[in-house]
Design a protein around this ligand. Sequence first.
Ligand SMILES: Cc1ncc(COP(=O)(O)O)c(C=O)c1O
Length: 479
Amino acid sequence: MSKKNLQDDQQNVLWIKPSIHPLKSGTINKFGSRPFTDIQSDVDGVPVHELIEKYGSPLFVISEKQQRGNSRRIQRAFSSRYPHVQFGWSYKTNYLNAVCNVFHQEGLWAEVVSEFEYKKARNLGVPGHKIIFNGPHKSREILNQAIDEGALLHIDHLDELLLIDDIANEKKKPVPVAIRLNFDTGYTENWGRFGFNIESGQAFDAAAHISNSKYMNLIGLHSHIGTFITDGRAYVSQIEIMCQFMDEVESKTNCSIDYIDIGGGLASMNSLQGAYLPPEQYIPTIEEYAALICDALLKEMKTRCANREKDLLLILETGRAMIDDAEVLITSVIANKQLPDGRRASIMDAGLNLLFTSFWYDHKIVPTRELTGVAEETVLYGPLCMNIDVVRKSIQLPPLKLGEPMVIKQVGAYNNTQWMQFIEYRPNVVMVHEDQTVSVVREAENLQSMNSLDRLPDHLSNPFSDAPTIVSALEEKPA
Ligand SMILES: Cc1ncc(COP(=O)(O)O)c(C=O)c1O
């Protein structure tokens, strides 16, 4: 281009007054998505900053509305497709009393796996006959109580079977029981350590043993084929195998099965680490799971089980899909640093001690307001003086100021039960009720509560009583 043409061209360009704009963190990244389309400034209308002011940070916040909404939607999805359905609330998923009782009010029974959980359910007022008692460890004492109270006993192994037989003989009264089964669905890894194996004949032997016993009655079959099952066909296979087994047991023994319990395992909408697709794209909806499961059972009822006198009750023990998205963890930035490799890092006041699930989920972590600044790869650490305390290995975030609150989403399953009292106190847990009032449903720990179970022998009570003061100790130093 000649010098003259260039000048002409420049004269035609519209001149715009330069101005300074803050860089928004929402620029499109290489995957074509904006890192910050999502902000959460409140929980069911209660502002996050108010929650922090009143209850501190970190803070677990449960939405009662979401919890009830989930349980209604999930129960409806199944009961509208199959006439006899009962859900049991899997205590180990989240056994905060308030959480359990919301589910019990919504009609869920209790599903427990230990003496502690059994007693917790009874203490909350759950009648024995609405408690499903799973798990490999049940002492004679608790079995005695559970039998007296009419709990649904799910036998895990032969030693337990013999123990219950013994108790039943002692009591000289009928004891209804179920057995836990394990088998290969073709879609899931077989959790062979729980229950009796079908393929080896062990499960049939257990059923035959019960059938021959004087007081035990086999009335139920249980299996839990895994957790976060993303392929609904696994459940279809599970139901076919369990019904085939039921058929065999009923035809060859005098047992008559009232219910099958297909355990839990429905996936929540959390992001599994290493998954390429967002959860919405590969996790079935509750309605899709329900359609597959109920259709498979109805088909079995019409074909294989056509001559049965009673309708089979379907029990589910759905855990994570019921509660995961009903709870968030609010956390705040306590420090920022640059790592030796140049990456940005923020230290948060909540870590692995509170968020066990960050081992396998990339939890969605969102700010409470629109943030400015250039988004960069950032590591989010927790507050523990432990190298493994990483909440997110890599997340695109703009610079975070000290005290900036962030909301970690979908933390309702397994965190309030598997959290650790390690290095830090566990914080308050609050529930936002449907009328937007807030209750503390578990108080934060403090030194007194932490020390309440420790016992200090007398001779260890005051180790520094004879010790010199710092000043005199320094003075005593040899020259
Ligand atoms: C026997 C039993 N039932 C139900 C559950 C709940 O499973 P999920 O949270 O995957 O629904 C579990 C969890 O491992 C379990 O072991």
